[in-house]
Structures are given as structure tokens and as C-alpha cells.
Design a protein around this ligand. Sequence first.
Ligand code: ATP
Length: 320
Amino acid sequence: TKTIAVLTSGGDAPGMNAAVRAVTRTGISSGMRVMGVRRGYNGLLNRDVFEMNLRSVSDIINDGGTALFTARSPEFNTPEGIQEAADNCRDMGIEGVVVIGGDGSFRGARDLTKAGIPCVGVPGTIDNDIASSEYTIGFDTAMNTAVEMVDRLRDTTESHDRCSVVEVMGRRCGDLALQTGIAVGATTILVPEIPYDFQRDIVDRMMFTQKTGKKHFIIVVAEGVGGVDKLAKDIEAKTGIETRATVLGHVQRGGSPTLRDRVVGSVMGYYAADLLYHGKGNRVVVMRGGKITDLDITEALNMTRTFDKKLYDIAHRISI
Ligand code: ATP
């Protein structure tokens, strides 16, 4: 029988467990052996690997985080590390690996495939920052958590006639900020993809809406733009409106996955195991045109992200 392995790598994301579960159940029901690897690529280097059965993945579909644990592995990301991981796989009889993670993890999957172990990547990250896929597992849960948190801030911001500057996650990708900003009715949304002008985009917008009767304000800022403490001080100095900065941070990574992340995680996990079953490696499972499909890893890694400028413009058109 063929043996495959599954690991989660990079930042954890809600819904990764649904993907691990689907890989395991699809693999076993296809007649393969499925090994769980702990702590990402580190587990391949340390041989921290165990055989899974159908019940090994029971009761995890509703859990946030990843039951397989995750890690960033600088040791793996060297020619020697990749060789060692491939040698360990051969030694343990592992003939294919499903890697659930972000772009960095996909580069590792490409390198491990080159070293002789066919890999399939599954996009799992709350940032939605993978160019080849319209959607990454964890994004929906993170957005909903961010909205819930900002709603709480709104209560206090409203009661005090204040301005709230909120930093949400997204180092290179403003999708989380954009979606959250629309959902909470932010006056301005700042994202790494679009440069902003302090006076025009923040102060003037606040002053305009204040003239029409608005008394409290929410500014949503992506992590990649950052600087929310200074921004809050500058806004208060310029407008006279009391302003507080809040960084939501890692709360956005946790929590029980939403329906969408459970379903997309399940379907992508199924596809990944099925590709390996059919002897196809060096692929990534992606969502394109709303459908789950697969692409060559290198081709996928060479794609560039496009930011939804139209949606960004709509957000600002209606936040007046
Ligand atoms: P997130 O988007 O959540 O940060 P990620 O998968 O992009 O997830 P990284 O820390 O970039 O997170 O990558 C995870 C692991 O993948 C690294 O610790 C490393 O072992 C491996 N990796 C990253 N980049 C490469 C690369 N260029 N070549 C080979 N392996 C890599």
C-alpha cells in the first residue's frame, strides 16, 4: 500500500483541522496509509510522525488551531535540511506529503518534490495572501472574529464620541482589512496595496462626515500599514476628536472555524489526498472562479496577487 503524510506549516489557521481530517479520511478510504507529521517540516526532520486511523481525526473539525501543531522551520529551509527531510521520508516509507500552509510552506513543498517526495500544497492562512487562490482556509473565521471585536470597540467608541483606530492582521495583504472595514462601516480603510494621504483620506473624511452629524469614527488599518499609535495621536491632534488605537493581534487567528472554513478545508483536503492517490505531485489545490482545482506549484508561486480596487473604492464611496 501507498503511504502519504500530512502536515500543517507556518501560521496556524482555523479550518486546518478540517483539511487534515479530510486528507486522512480520503487517504485511508482510498486504501492508503496516512501518517500525521507534528510541527510542520520540523516533524519530517525529527521523524515526529505517527500513523493515523479514521478515528485519529475525530472531534477536530470544530477546533481552531491545528491538532498536528505547526512551526516555522529554518533548519528545513536549507539544501541540507530538504535533503534530510526527503531521506527521512524515504526511510519511513512516505511517498507523498500534503502540506497545509502559506506561500513559504509551498516553496518548501516544491523543494521537497524536487528532492524526490511528491508534495501537494493546500492554502491555509488567515491572510488570504496566496496569489494562485481566491481563498485561503482560515480567512472567513478571521474576518468574522475581527468584525465581532470591532463591533465591541464600536460600543465604547460610540458612547464616548471617539475615534477608534484598529489594526487587523495582514502584512502584505489588505483583504482582511478591506472586508472587515466594509462590514463595520469604517470611515477609512488603510491597506498595504494602496498609498494613502493623511489629510485627504482621514482628516477630511472625518470632518466631512462630522458636519453631516457623525460623532464617532472607526479607521481600520492593515498590519502591513501599521503605526496605529502614532496615527491615533496625529488624528487627535489634527481633529480634536479623542482617538484610541487598538491592535487586535493574535485573537484573530484563534477560534472555532466558520462553516466556510470547515467546508473549504474539507473539500481542499479531499482534493489533495486524491491527487497523491493518482500519483500527482508538485501541485497546489486552489480556488479559482469559485471552484476548487489544482495548479503546478511553480506556476502558482509565480502568480502575482491582484487587490480588489473596485471593492476598495466602493467601501469608501459608502462610508460618508
Ligand atoms: P503564513 O502565511 O501563515 O506565514 P507560510 O507558509 O508562508 O505561512 P513561512 O514561515 O513563510 O509561513 O513558511 C513556513 C515554513 O516553510 C518555513 O519555516 C520553512 O521551513 C519553509 N519555507 C519557507 N520558505 C521556503 C523556501 N523558500 N524554500 C523552502 N522552504 C521554505
